[in-house]
Design a protein around this ligand. Structure first.
Ligand SMILES: [Zn+2]
Length: 319
């Protein structure tokens, strides 16, 4: 397919999750899984290569502006059924080759990590009386995975890629039909890029539906499968990013919701909160804290949030 330059939309802000996502538990640095399992054949994965040429005005119509608090985005309450649409991302630097054994293993590993992450979340929220069901298995349901080709560099922690990804989704994915088919309440979009270790962009999520006047109504997660010389993006990061889509905040740096004092407290006490640090192995031993539970709408109040003067939950005044 002919390559054409894509019009870049303005870089708006650093995502709330991209920077400093280095807070890995150093004790369990993992290597690439050595499990050798065949994945589905190329033919079974729908590879959509629709070319994107999108003007800024087409991406951001007037109607996409909402007042703050009117929406929770495509992932609202975790108590319910959530479908995860996976995209194998292609850009000028990164490709997937199904015939390459290492790539095949990585693709299989992402599915395995999705299972570990979503099983862990489901288990954690049970104690709050919530039933979180995730439907993500593209081997069972081929309409849950697509190839997504972009003509701009997608290795980035900034939101400038968000609009291309959202446009790709709007053009190619009938989200409403998928929600109806799977009888689901929420939909999350996860893009996987086959980066090598030299990549320095960390996994990130666009979790806040409304930010700086722009509606980020589709909750999009970017996973760069390897980064920062040593890290294979582990299942704990998948879980961390998925929790963002339901409203959880990063706890490892000061931000709009979290004070510097609380970040310091987490450091001093060696917090195991999954929004503060993530295990880097194939297992998840982090915890879902009372604070996380509050932010994803599982509780109405949090003593810790009040004690530390942290922000209110997005569901508080907008159920
Ligand atoms: Zn984060």
């Amino acid at each position: 397919m002919k390559k054409r330059p894509i019009l870049l939309v303005a870089s708006l802000l650093l995502s709330s999750c991209g920077h400093n996502e280095h807070n890995y538990n150093e004790h369990t640095v993992s290597s690439v899984a050595t499990e050798k399992t065949t994945i589905q054949t190329t033919a079974e994965i729908t590879t959509t290569t629709t070319e994107l040429m999108i003007e800024t005005t087409e991406i951001l119509p007037e109607t996409d502006y909402f007042a703050p608090g009117q929406t929770h985005g495509s992932a609202s309450y975790i108590d319910g059924t959530t479908i995860i649409i996976s995209f194998l991302g292609y850009d000028p630097t990164n490709e997937w080759d199904y015939n390459n054994e290492e790539d095949s293993e990585t693709i299989h590993q992402t599915l395995s990590y999705l299972e570990t992450a979503t099983d862990w979340i489901t288990e954690q929220v049970k104690s709050y009386g919530a039933e979180a069901k995730f439907i993500y298995n593209w081997e069972e349901n081929p309409d849950l995975i697509y190839g997504a080709r972009f003509y701009e560099e997608m290795e980035s922690e900034t939101t400038q890629t968000y609009f291309s990804q959202r446009a790709f989704i709007d053009t190619n994915i009938d989200s409403d039909a998928l929600l109806e088919k799977y009888n689901a309440d929420n939909i999350i979009y996860m893009f996987f890029f086959n980066t090598d270790f030299s990549n320095s962009a960390n996994p990130f999520t666009m979790p806040n539906p409304y930010h700086n006047g722009i509606l980020y109504d589709k909750e999009i997660i970017n996973i760069f499968v390897k980064f920062d010389d040593v890290y294979v993006t582990p299942p704990a990061t998948y879980a961390h990013e998925i929790l963002h889509t339901f409203g959880a905040h990063d706890l490892y740096y000061e931000n709009d919701a979290i004070t510097a004092e609380y970040v310091a407290y987490c450091n001093e006490t060696g917090s195991r909160d999954i929004m503060f640090t993530v295990d880097s192995g194939d297992m998840i031993t982090n915890i879902l804290s009372e604070i996380d539970a509050y932010y994803i709408g599982l509780t109405d109040n949090s003593d810790e949030v009040e004690k530390w003067g942290l922000a209110e939950c997005e569901y508080k005044n907008n159920p």
